[in-house]
Structures are given as C-alpha cells and as structure tokens.
Write a protein that binds this ligand. Structure first.
Ligand code: KIV
Ligand code: ZN
Length: 388
C-alpha cells in the first residue's frame, strides 16, 4: 500500500445501522454494499454476526456478493463471537475480523469489573484467537479517546504481538478535541513497538460535532484508515461522515494523502442510504445536503452567477450534483431573477426586469420560495419577455 493512501473503512451497515429505527433487510444491505464497492471504499464492515441471525446472514450474503473490498465482521473480544464472525466471513474473498475490548478506566471498572493487566491479556488473547481463523485482524480499543495514552500504547503493542494488522483507536464517546486526538495517534506512532507494520485507524463519533475534524487530525498524525458512514449516520449523534472525509482529502492537497473514492457517486449513495434507512439528510449537511450547493441571498447569488468559485469551494458536478442552485427568495436580487428567467427561456430587457422584479418581491414576501411556475405566471401577467 502507498504510504500516502488513506483507506476508507465504511461502517454504514454496522455502526450506521445501530441508529434506532433504521433496520435494513439483507437484500437492502447487499444493494448498499455493492454501491459502496463501486464508490471505491476499501473495507466494508458488513455487520456484527453474533448479534442476530439476520446480521449473520447479511454478512454471509455480502461476502458472496462483493468482489474486491475487504469484508469485515465485528465481534467482542469473546471466543464465541470471534468464531461466529469467522464463520459468517467464510465466503469473503478478503475477510477481516474486527475484535477488541474497552480500554478506558471507566470501561475496565464499570463494564468489565476488571483491572488493566487482565484487560491487556484479554485483548491479546482475542486477537490471537481471531488470527487463528483469518489472516487480517483489526483490534479496537473501545473508548480509546478516554484511555490513558501510556496504557493504550501497551495494549496496542500486545495486540500487534498477537497478530493484529490494523489498530483501531475509537473515540467512542466523541469527547476528544482534534489536537488531543491527533496527539494520541502521534503518541502511539512514537511509542508503540512494531507500529510501523500495522495500519492505524481513526474511528470517531460526533457527540460534540467533531468526528470529521478528529478523523482528519488523526490522518495528519499518521492514521491511514478512517472509519466512517454515509451521511454520518450512527449511534447518538453519528459517526465520521464518509463524504466529508473523502472531499476534505480531495480538496486539500496540503494533507498530501489520497483515497480511492469516486466522488461523483457521493450524492447518489447518500440518497440511496437515506431512502433505504428512512432517514432524511439534514438540508445543510456538507456535501450531500439539499442546500449544500444552493444560494439564496442576493449578494451570494450575484457572486456565483458571475463566477461559481466566489462562493463554492467544490464543483457540484464532482460530487454528483448537476449544478448549483439559485433559490429565489425575498433576499434574491435582480441578477438571480434574470438568471432564472433566462434558464426558463425568457430574455428580459432592463426595463422589463425592473417591472417584474417588484411583482417578484411581492410573491417572495408571501411565499418562502418563488418557483418556476411563479416566474412563468409573473412574466405572462406582465405580458413581457421574449421566449428564446
Ligand atoms: O465506537 C466504537 O468504539 C465502536 C467499536 C465497537 C469499534 O464502534
Ligand atoms: Zn463506533
């Protein structure tokens, strides 16, 4: 693998599907997995096989229906879980078991009622057991975000010794600040023996709205895999959003990294996931929200009409949106009205534009948005304008 490549690990079908009410059936999961493969994701986390017969079946079917991407199955650091994950992955061309344990003092004390030394041994045993069943084993240190760095480094070293190929450092509760999470990754890079032989993975949650910033900070400090979901869906406030990571990497050459995502498919897959999960995308969501390329104030509209890049840092075509949208509202100016009228086939002289602009403002004050039918009506009523 190229040192500058960031692998995209999609967990829409596992962590993403943990959203209440967003259950998918097996055919829907296969459909999404196939689209994820076309999108160019490197790893698809297909499910948590021991969690239910349905998830077990989905991991089997996805394994059969995906050709190139690594298929990953989650398991707790429990023998039976790991074995069931391996069984579900038996048809995968490139299987990966993702196993691990909570490493923060909070998890150790309250969840496991254990101690650091025992958890360290447990982590190594889980990885070793998975390694007997598949070659590719990813270890997660749950709640790594709140785990003491020195101890985390020891656990990671033990996981590497036991055969882990990837180390996942989750900020499970979405608590870390970007500089703190980046420093944690750097600490591991500098202090874990054998780390140069494994991939460090960032897995961030969005409880403080920092999931994407934290994932990018991790990349800047040596992580070469980012775990994310389409539309940023996931438990509570969600996970790192795949489309945001893909586009940040693409738009910022200064990061000096790349990924294999075909960005033109980002909007189509966003719509597919939203529809199948019955979970709409907030309109102002970066990259895939319906307003991500919509301009509604007069100053912005005039700027964009003169030159798109005045207010856009991404060409909408690059992410699968046909064109930017000029939304006509009471904040729109004459430039926007002339622009939209022209798109509808009318050429208006300056005088004609002045005349219809007042009527337009009247419509706009009454309605939230002036739509194409309104423009036709206004121009018809004014008996002006020449059809092109
Ligand atoms: O957030 C988390 O810690 C997880 C792990 C199970 C990987 O999803
Ligand atoms: Zn998670």
């Amino acid at each position: 693998m190229d040192d500058n490549q960031v692998l995209i690990f999609d967990t829409t079908l596992r962590d993403g599907e943990q959203v209440p009410g967003c259950k998918l059936n097996t055919p829907q999961k296969i459909e999404i997995a196939q689209q994820l493969e076309l999108l160019g994701v490197d790893v698809i986390e297909a499910g948590f096989p021991i969690s239910s017969p349905g998830d077990f079946k989905s991991v089997i079917e996805i394994s059969k229906n995906v050709q190139n991407a690594i298929i990953c199955g989650l398991s707790r650091g429990v023998k039976k879980d790991i074995e069931v994950a391996a069984e579900a992955l038996q048809y995968a061309k490139r299987p990966r078991i993702h196993t691990g344990i909570g490493t923060s003092d909070h998890h150790i004390k309250f969840k496991f009622k254990s101690n650091r030394e025992r958890i360290l041994e447990w982590a190594a045993e889980a990885v070793a057991h998975a390694k007997n069943l598949v070659e590719d084993v990813e270890f997660y240190a749950e709640d790594a975000g709140r785990t003491d760095n020195e101890y985390l480094a020891r656990v990671c070293e033990a996981a590497i010794k036991a055969g882990a190929t990837v180390l996942n450092i989750p900020d499970t509760t979405g608590y870390c600040l970007p500089d703190e999470y980046g420093a944690k990754i750097k600490y591991l890079v500098d202090n874990v023996r054998g780390i140069e032989n494994v991939i460090i993975s960032a897995h961030c949650h969005n409880d403080l709205g920092l999931a994407t910033a934290n994932a990018i900070s991790a990349v800047m400090n040596g992580a070469r895999q980012v775990e994310c979901t389409v539309n940023g869906i996931g438990e509570r406030a969600g996970n790192t959003s795949l489309e945001e990571v893909a586009m940040i990497i693409k738009q910022h050459p200064r990061l000096n990294v790349f990924n294999r995502i075909n960005s033109k498919l980002l909007n189509p897959i966003s719509r597919l996931v939203a529809e199948r999960m019955g979970m709409m995308v907030q309109p102002n969501k970066a990259i895939v929200g319906s307003n991500a390329f919509a301009h509604s104030s007069g100053i912005h509209q005039d700027g964009v009409i003169k030159n798109r890049e005045t207010y856009e840092i991404i060409d909408p075509v690059d992410v699968g949106v046909n064109e930017s949208m000029i939304v006509l509202t009471a904040r729109s100016g004459r430039a926007a009205l002339a622009y939209r009228s022209h798109k509808l086939g009318y050429t208006l002289t300056k005088l004609e534009l002045d005349k219809v602009y007042d009527v337009f403002l009247d419509y706009a004050d009454r309605k939230k948005e002036v739509v194409d039918e309104d423009i036709h009506q206004i121009i018809d009523d004014a008996k002006i304008g020449h059809k092109l």
